[in-house]
Design a protein. Structure first.
Length: 104
């Protein structure tokens, strides 16, 4: 029953105009991205941010947002240093210029 409804909806979208197809594409892409981000956050909280210490026998939780903030700052710093290195390796514009004077 559900597959018939889905097939019917897909046929309606295929027969529709470009504007409607674009709306469906943007909507479904957004939903897919949200589902992936939600699953990633659940994974990070379940497996990465939980650490068990054998001596204390209690779970230690690391907060998600501080780790994300630290990761973004490290990534931004790395990108900034890479671009600075690229710019330093480029020759300066106008380094080899010749001045021509008018012989009047």
């Amino acid at each position: 029953m559900t597959s018939k409804i889905m097939r019917h909806q897909l046929q309606r979208i295929r027969r529709s105009d470009t504007k409607t197809k674009r709306k469906w594409l943007i909507g479904l892409s957004s939903v897919s991205v949200l589902i992936i981000i939600f699953a990633w956050i659940l994974y990070m909280q379940a497996f990465v941010f939980t650490r068990s210490d054998d001596s204390t026998k209690e779970d230690v939780h690391i907060a998600f947002w501080p780790v994300l903030k630290t990761g973004l700052s490290i990534t931004g710093s790395s990108i900034r240093h890479t671009f600075n290195d690229i710019l330093l390796e480029m020759p300066e514009v106008g380094r080899r210029t010749t001045t021509i004077e008018n012989p009047e």
